[in-house]
Design a protein around this ligand. Sequence first.
Ligand code: UDX
Length: 446
Amino acid sequence: MPLKITVIGTGYLGATHAAAMAELGFEVLGLDIVPEKVEMLGRGEMPLYEPGLEELLRQHVAGLPGSSGRLRFTTSWEEAGAFGDVHFVCVNTPQKHGEYACDMSYVDSAVESLAPHLTRPTLVVGKSTVPVGSAARLAKRLAELAPAGEEAELAWNPEFLREGFAVQDTLRPDRLVVGVASERAESLLREVYAAPLAEGTPWVVTDYPTAELVKTAANSFLATKISFINAMAEICEAADGDVVKLAEAIGYDERIGKKFLRAGVGFGGGCLPKDLRAFMARAGELGADQALTFLREIDSINMRRRGHMVELAREAVGGGFLGKRVAVLGATFKPDSDDVRDSPALNVAGQIHLQGGQVTVYDPKGMENARRVFPTLGYAPTALDAVRGADVVLHLTEWREFRELDPATLGEVVTHRRILDGRNALDPELWRKAGWTYRALGRPRA
Ligand code: UDX
């Protein structure tokens, strides 16, 4: 009998994992505690934007014309407990309000709600990013609460997907990391991730704490790379150097590599910023806070980028925002996503608005979420409408649509042809040729 799989939580991670498991041929039941989400997904509609995901979902959701019928959704823990041989926990672990630590309440309650319905041998697999030590604690809790006792086992299998590339990262991962406490757990996971997914994919089999740490270490390293290049951008600005050339040149050294060296307004999103902070908080609890004090600096370099962008915008409009129109291109934390969590773009827009600027935002996919988070900002239906009458244009999320804008057309509707490129993604020559004053973070002025 092929394994049956449940996926708990249907956010970016869970929805993608559920659809990917169905694509691999498993019968899958997705669970979410929000009935509206379950209803939407059951109709083959995505509550969020992720390239290619809705199409994949529609190929498998039961009841849709031409679908494999292998994927269903529910709000019932009882149904999930009875259905699954392997249960993936994909709920989020946001930053606690006013603290560095992450909020484990969704993970804890997922395990506590599911466990009483586990009456036969099963494997619960944590995928969420958690503080080291959580898996050991949850394994104990699971065995206490499940009627199956120790036969309800836990494994930790961190997920490394990037938003915007979630489907391909899930179906073709660059590595699989599993933290297990038994051979049975490992062999069940090998069955789940059998070919074609795992063909040629490196496996790292380890214990719980190492598996948990791999994720936070990877995210900390990526954040460090970004803040490193952003620190170099600060130096380049002070010394009239060019951080884009600098990044290209150091990137030719294979030990450094070219990726994740794009200087700009810094990192945001639901992962990197909060994972860094939760990692520092956990290190403190473990008495190892000194090991991670550098992450505090990584975080503050990152946050400084946003303030710096606001300063450059203020300077561009003559020293104060009152009565000035500021167009903001981009609201999401990165392109090809509708996610505005901890978005540098929206943060910069918000700061300028609070300082009296008349801000108009346009984003290809993030408008609905941005409006919900920041309803008092101005929003426009197109990039051209957003820049109409602008004293300065800020490019803060590097959507392809913005790279393809025609500077001459935009130039006809703005009040002043000034653009600040917060992502170093536009072609300076193109804009300057069309009569714009183009300025970018970490690059010479002219
Ligand atoms: C990240 C990790 O990459 C992924 O492995 C993990 O599973 C979740 O967290 P994600 O948050 O989707 O993924 O986005 P990522 O592509 O890592 O970008 C994060 C932020 O860094 C974005 O705001 C992006 O704009 C910024 N960034 C990225 C830079 O500023 N410069 C770069 O060179 C790269």
